[in-house]
Design a protein. Structure first.
Length: 603
């Protein structure tokens, strides 16, 4: 067994960690960063960009830049319709009913796109560690369904990784917390990232970490907070200009980008300025968006979302039969946990200071790496006792759901129950395995079904059929049905279908192994692109600072230069073209500075 890396495959960013002796360390990517944006972009020529370079093209090319793909992993299209407004690329219904992304006339499954991010992470780990990496522990939200977990495993397979374990994100964070600690305690892990929310309550006793309860929402994340700000910005713009922005994808992406930046700035400041020049244009000319967003207004906009997380915390406490006074530590995880109002609400609920000793962006990957070290035998074992996040059971007469294993049951576990026939001389019993909380079987998720045949003829209710559920540490469900009278039995191992057959997985894995990524352009070109990017950022700052001093003609010329620069940066990796662009931008800025200095001397 080689080195097993830990990967936090996030909605917004992905982080990778590894064990160095007994200490977890973060892999530094080729751009020198500790986090990699979970973004995949495509050019019209079919080139592929992953990570930072893909994120930079999002503002100009939103229809061919894929972000937040985690929210569509393992989901049916009909169940994901409410999330379509969070993205500007096209999501369609695949032939199997799942979500698919349409880019340049080709359909991609969410697993393929997530695999492109994982492939980049794998290469970054290999370059950083100087060795081949083929094994990984990957984390998922605690409230991911079996289909979503299997989709994540499939993404790892496509990326050329042997996924040794799928573990819950809050559990991974708790593992990072208990590593090398001897103190017994009850902890709460509040995990709010870019796309999902989880709360897990765990009891830690030396080398054992047992999950008591978990709750979550797979459609509640930082992106939903951004949407609140975007809607507010649209209202402000319409109030000032009388213009409905509509659904223009580039405009919407600019608003979304501004909303995210404002949200981050408001974690440290009481207000922030939002300025988007030339947002739209009509027959009267160009229209700009310029407004101030206070922290108080932001908190008012997002308060319903904040309260939803607190409601989930209260539900988890009730599930675990714990009082807030029983909680010794509260660990904050995920970027959205940095919001001051969120921290205030969590602190008020649990009545104690929050543990912020871990980097909320990195702690989950660190826990995954520790789990990898345990599997390697390089780290002292910590026994993780996780729980089922949904009830598991079977359908019985009248479309009723009969749970055999309630949610929040510690795994691994097994449970058996006797059932019987419903008509005289019945020779076959159908076992329909379901997951969910509704008493109506039709409202729960079907995991699979099978038949037990050759039952000896008898009056209804006489045969005794033992149905046994067994769940292993990976959450894999095995269901057995046995006729106690004859010993005849059948069984099924539940491997959630994700729309990809084994043949398709192998084909995609082979394709991924042979596909070069645009992010692999040589270092000289990459550094040159960074300098151009910095020059553009400098020009934008210059415009903000001096807008009131420049004539309208210069402002228009400067904004056109910025637009041309962004477009040229997207379309070219040719060194000579980039050098020419950099020289033009620097000369243009110098010209404007000299002009302002001359005006100042005249006055």
């Amino acid at each position: 067994m080689g080195r097993i890396i830990g990967i936090d495959l996030g909605t917004t960013n992905t982080v990778c960690a590894y064990m160095d002796r007994n200490e977890a360390r973060i892999v530094i990517n080729e751009e020198g960063g500790r986090v990699t944006p979970s973004v995949v972009g495509f050019s019209r020529q079919g080139e592929r960009f992953v990570g930072d370079i893909a994120k930079r093209q999002m503002l100009i090319n939103p229809e061919t830049t894929v972000h937040s793909i985690k929210r569509f992993m393992g989901r049916r299209y009909r169940d994901a319709v409410g999330d379509l407004g969070l993205v500007d690329y096209t999501i369609v219904e695949a032939r199997n009913g799942d979500c698919a992304v349409s880019i340049n006339g080709r359909l991609y499954s969410p697993q393929e796109l997530a695999a492109m991010v994982l492939q980049k992470i794998r290469k970054a780990a290999e370059d950083f560690l100087g060795e081949t990496v083929t094994e990984a522990v990957i984390t998922v939200p605690a409230y991911f369904t079996d289909r979503q977990r299997q989709a994540t495993r499939d993404a790892g397979t496509i990326a050329g990784l042997d996924v040794m374990r799928i573990i819950n994100e809050p559990t991974a964070a708790a593992l990072a917390y208990v590593h090398d600690r001897k103190k017994s305690s009850t902890i709460a892990v509040f995990d709010w990232g870019g796309g999902t929310f989880d709360i897990s309550l765990l009891e830690v006793d030396r080398d054992v970490a047992e999950v008591r309860a978990t709750r979550g929402d797979n459609t509640l994340g930082g992106a939903d907070i951004d949407r609140c700000i975007v809607d507010w910005l649209k209202e402000q713009f319409q109030r000032e200009h009388g213009v409905d922005i509509g659904d223009d994808k580039i405009v919407t992406q600019r608003l979304r980008d501004a909303a995210e930046r404002a949200k981050i700035e408001l974690s440290a400041a009481s207000s922030t300025e939002i300025h988007l020049p030339f947002l739209v244009s009509d027959h009267t000319g160009p229209k700009h968006l310029q407004c101030s967003l206070s922290r108080a207004t932001f908190e008012q906009l997002a308060e319903p979302l904040f309260q939803r997380t607190i409601d989930q915390c209260r539900a988890a406490l009730a599930d675990a039969r714990l009082d807030v006074s029983d909680i010794d530590e509260v660990i904050m995880v995920g970027g959205s946990s940095r919001i001051p109002r969120v921290q205030e609400l969590v602190r008020e609920l649990f009545g104690r200071p929050l543990n912020k000793s871990f980097n909320p962006d990195e702690v989950v990957a660190i826990g995954a790496a520790i789990q990898g070290g345990i599997l390697e035998g390089e780290v002292k074992a910590v026994t993780l006792l996780d729980v089922t996040n949904f009830s598991l059971g079977i359908e019985v007469q009248g479309h009723r759901f009969e749970p055999l294993i309630p949610k929040n049951t510690t795994i691994p576990t097994q449970k058996a129950q006797l059932v019987s026939t419903v008509v005289d001389n019945q020779r076959t019993v159908r076992i329909h395995v379901l997951q969910g909380e509704s008493r109506d079987a039709r409202e729960n998720v079907s995991l699979g079904e099978f038949e037990l045949q050759d039952i000896q003829p008898a009056p209804r209710g006489v045969p005794r059929i033992q149905v046994k559920f067994a769940i292993d540490a990976n959450g894999i469900v095995n269901v057995t049905a046995r006729d106690t009278r004859t010993g005849v039995s059948e069984e099924i191992t539940i491997e959630a279908p994700t729309g990809l057959s084994k043949v398709e997985l192998e084909r995609l894995r082979a394709e991924a192994a042979g596909t070069p990524q645009k992010a692999d352009i040589d270092r000289e070109t990459r550094e040159l692109r960074e300098r151009v990017e910095q020059s553009l950022v400098g020009l934008e700052a210059f415009l903000r600072e001096n807008r009131g001093l420049l004539p309208k003609s210069d402002i228009f010329e400067l904004e056109q230069a910025l637009k041309r620069g962004r477009m040229a940066l997207l379309k070219s990796n040719d060194t000579k073209n980039l050098e020419g662009l950099l020289g033009y931008l620097n000369r243009f800025q110098q010209h404007l500075r000299e002009k302002l200095e001359q005006q100042a001397r005249m006055h």
